[in-house]
Design a protein. Sequence first.
Length: 283
Amino acid sequence: MTLLDAAILGLVEGITEYLPVSSTGHLILTSALLGLDGPGIDAFTIVIQGGAILAVLGLYRTRVLGMAQGLSGNNPEGQRLLIRLLIAFAPAAILGPLLENSIEATLFQPIPVLSALALGGLVMLKIGKGPANQTDTDPADLPLRAAFLIGLAQCIAMWPGTSRSMVTLAAGVALGLRPVRAAEFSFLLGLPTLGGACVYKLLKDGDAVLSLGTPSLLVGITVATVSAAFAVRWLVGFLNHRGLAPFGWYRLGLTLVIGAAWAGGLVTLEAEIPAESSPTTAP
């Protein structure tokens, strides 16, 4: 892997991780176009999610600090938010390790990946801007039941091609949250989810990652951090005005592009790129 390859993968990861467009689909295309393959690449695309984590930590540092203070009982709002994120994270933390092998055996195939991309697009079009009776509920005041349901929805993202951001955004909007509030909860939920995936992959395949070279890893993480920060800020403004429907059309178009590339033998959709972010799989 060259430093340019690392930078390109970092850029794709950073831009697509928090957008509801499937980072898996984009990484499949990007890796194929760059001629990259192998377990080291799989691990690399997961570890550079550390950049996406750093972006959210920086943009939402006040929230993160509040949760840290909430651990000692000095910040009630931060404590409430932390509890809700832990509740939402729990389903994926439990189901991820249990389902990892069966998911890899059944869903890392062309039809499941393309189906997930297309179905996600239809869901985005259906939800659009969400129900008319949306609430401006702060993530710290989200009902515990809603937090748990969003966490259950996140488990769907273990299906490659689905997108963790897509299912958590869609679940939040379907539960009556404004898209911007649903996105904020999704971003924060990504901290334990992506963090868990990075740590798991480093422990499991650390040697494969390091074999690509420390400079490549640093470049990938740095580019992912900067691009994810821009993507998050852009998404918040976009959702305020346009809702989720445009992402639906984009996903349907991406389905056609990847499907055509697969049919033409330009890309492979076998078990090369891991499923959407969960404690054991990503991105």
